[in-house]
Design a protein around this ligand. Sequence first.
Ligand code: UD1
Ligand code: UDP
Length: 356
Amino acid sequence: MKFVSVVGARPQFMKAAVLSRALRQKHDEILVHTGQHYDDLMSDVFFRELKMPAPNVNLGAGSGSHASQTARALEGLEAVFIEQSPDVVIVFGDTNSTLAGALAAAKLGLPIAHVEAGLRSYERDMPEEINRVLTDHVSTYLFAPTATAVGRLRGEGIDRGVYQVGDVMYDSLLVSLPAARKLEAPLLASLGVKPGGYYLATAHRAANTDDAATLAALLDAFGRLEEPVILPLHPRTRDAISSLGLTPAANLRLIDPVGYFEMLALERNARAVLTDSGGVQREAYFLAVPCVTLRTETEWPETLAGGWNVLAGNDVTMIVEAARRLRPESQPLPAFGDGRAAGKIVEILERDSPNR
Ligand code: UD1
Ligand code: UDP
């Protein structure tokens, strides 16, 4: 079979890497990068670390308003799909690149496989929520990571083509942990921190970076913690901190985005993780590291079980208290599959495709 896989933003690269490996054992895959993320540390580093095939095409969509970024990707993807005429188009997650891929394929009548289907925050002012809902409603194969995701699709009347396969992020973590472990001692030493002696924080959601009071509250909360807080900055957050003239407290270590193995190593050894990232919330859970989510809702409610994840929004007291006190006693539950989601996706595509 012939597949076109669409990636564009950081969290899509590791998901595509595991699926690509499984697909390419028997099938042809054309990998298209929309160019939504383009800095070396937001894109190329993952291709290098994960030994991913170079994209066959990079559409150079770049940054911009939602409409202009999505439109550039949409137009470029349509041309690739027409030229390649794939059996199935594969899209991942909920970015503007995901929506562009789904929309271009749907209008050409091509079957769409959505990896990470059925996630909902039920917040329509969150750009990703629009992308997820629209993508799910035009998809042919909806690969849901969890039972909750399957239930949410059912709630919207979608029950055909839904498969609960587990989370490809979990597959990816399992195969990447040995490499992450190898670099953790020198990495921690270079940052001057010890295992369990620091917090790791990330924030990049529009709701957190684009509002001055919210971003200031997050930095204030991090600054009140006793241990160092390592903060690999998404470029959007770096620019917001600088344009708002915010001054981070002395315990904050603002660093460039790190590679995937480095990130897993930093997560694994952190006292707790503070984040608004969907991927980082799950990785903390997989690694049994407590997490404080800098949002008031999560698409991953399974991570809340046993107190492993706490929703603290931008409330300074809640963030600080949660980060200091989180000590879950039970073990995380295996709610995200068995680490073989990618293999299951390929088997289903082989079995259920009309063009096989
Ligand atoms: C996007 C996704 C979000 C995902 C995140 C992963 C959408 C709507 N949002 O958010 O769901 O969680 O990626 O990281 O698709 N920038 C750079 N260099 C880059 C990329 C971006 O400097 O390589 C800066 C630009 O100023 C850009 C801003 O970051 O305007 C935001 O980038 P964009 O891709 O639009 O959204 P993200 O916040 O990255
Ligand atoms: N990540 C990384 N380096 C960083 C920050 C994040 O490799 O500096 C990884 C992280 O481990 C996870 C993924 O990027 O695998 C999550 O991406 P992001 O937080 O940008 O997006 P989200 O998951 O929120 O959509």
